[in-house]
Design a protein around this ligand. Structure first.
Ligand SMILES: Cc1cc2nc3c(=O)[nH]c(=O)nc-3n(C[C@H](O)[C@H](O)[C@H](O)COP(=O)(O)OP(=O)(O)OC[C@H]3O[C@@H](n4cnc5c(N)ncnc54)[C@H](O)[C@@H]3O)c2cc1C
Length: 334
């Protein structure tokens, strides 16, 4: 493992396409003031003060809920922002771009996210720091080396690993185990099953056998589809190069934000050519090297509530469930 910094930048655009406010935290004052006109903007300095206040308010809020687990976490981010009196500029040049870049939401959607989830995520990812941005552990060698290691461990325990087989259905088998039917028509029986798929896919393979609670809890998890590009198009990065950071949020409050990961910085790739990964690009970037897509779970108050009932389905009939949706629902993400 090696440490990799997770600094970030924000570039807001007006609907006409011109850049609004641009700043970053990757390189101290020079990235904070990458856009020189910000020096003269009282609203910008108020935002900076509010980012510091936000950290204190968030920690107080999280601590309160940690010590009062019986208190509901129903508050939305919008309610939290309103009750603590944050400025519109703070929302538009910091909170909304960062949240909309992290989770698939419109500006309004961001404000309806669970406050507890967002604040926990910011805290766990050290996003509450203005300058001492987080140093996250990253895999030094190729990810394949991690996969090989896990595979080796499992095989040494006697596990047989089958890959590239799509499961069509999982159904109970004479009350003693489960029948796993694959797309190619082959089937096998197992004592227990762990479904490591997205919540809607888990419900799909369980079909009509899904219980009331499985439908209720897994059904509360919504996903959005995202296209992802690996490319070299600098137009998706801050205009001022001193603002370039590990994560770069760029967009408009009406049309949404993209997040671009600067791989040269994150993975210490020594190349004059920028290698960038963008989620939610406003258009197809130039110089695309690879495109793929995925679905990501949407953090919502409904999901957080459903998670509290997870023990009603976990292992109850020899079936366990796992996936990022549970991490998201439990408000922690590592
Ligand atoms: C660019 C990018 C950066 C990210 N950065 C971070 C980060 O810094 N930190 C973080 O925590 N998360 C990050 N994420 C999110 C994280 O990668 C995902 O949330 C996570 O991989 C989801 O895990 P999962 O197990 O729920 O689903 P997946 O990883 O999608 O796994 C589900 C698997 O189930 C398989 N499957 C589906 N249906 C069937 C079926 N019927 N039969 C057999 N197999 C099936 C799929 O093929 C897939 O392999 C990032 C995502 C992206 C795209």
């Amino acid at each position: 493992m090696e440490r990799s910094d997770m600094s970030f930048s924000v570039s807001t655009q007006s609907d006409g396409g011109s850049r609004g406010c641009e700043w970053g935290n990757g390189n101290g004052i020079s990235s904070l003031l990458a856009q020189k006109t910000n020096i003269l903007k009282p609203s910008f300095w108020r935002m900076v003060r509010e980012i510091l206040k936000f950290k204190n308010d968030a920690l107080t809020y999280l601590e309160y809920h940690e010590h009062n687990t019986d208190v509901d976490c129903n508050e939305t981010l919008g309610q939290f922002i309103q009750s603590h009196g944050y400025s519109l500029f703070f929302q538009e040049a910091y909170l909304i771009p960062v949240c909309a870049g992290l989770w698939p939401s419109s500006s309004q959607g961001v404000l309806s996210l669970s406050a507890f989830f967002v604040l926990s995520f910011f805290h766990n990812h050290d996003l509450l720091q203005l300058f001492r941005y987080p140093q996250l552990p990253t895999v030094k060698a190729l990810l394949q080396s991690v996969v090989d290691k896990v595979k080796g461990e499992l095989e040494s325990m006697g596990c047989r690993i089958k890959t590239s087989c799509r499961v069509k259905s999982v159904s109970s088998f004479d009350g003693a185990g489960h029948r796993v039917l694959e797309n190619d028509g082959s089937e096998e029986t197992y004592d227990s099953v762990i479904l490591g798929v997205h919540a809607p896919n888990a419900l799909k393979v369980l079909g009509a056998e899904a219980t009331h609670y499985e439908l209720k809890i897994l059904g509360a998890c919504q996903y959005v589809h995202r296209d992802i590009y690996l490319h070299c198009d600098q137009n998706l990065m801050p205009r001022n190069s001193s603002a370039w950071s590990a994560w770069n949020f760029l967009g408009t409050t009406s049309r949404g934000f993209s997040v671009t990961y600067w791989l040269n910085h994150i993975q210490k790739i020594e190349s004059a050519r920028p290698f960038l990964v963008t989620l939610d690009a406003p258009c197809v970037p130039d110089h695309v090297l690879l495109k793929w897509s995925t679905s990501l779970p949407v953090p919502s108050v409904a999901l957080a509530k459903a998670y509290l009932q997870l023990d009603k389905i976990q292992g109850k009939r020899g079936i366990w469930f796992c996936g990022a949706y549970q991490v998201m629902a439990s408000m922690k993400m590592d």
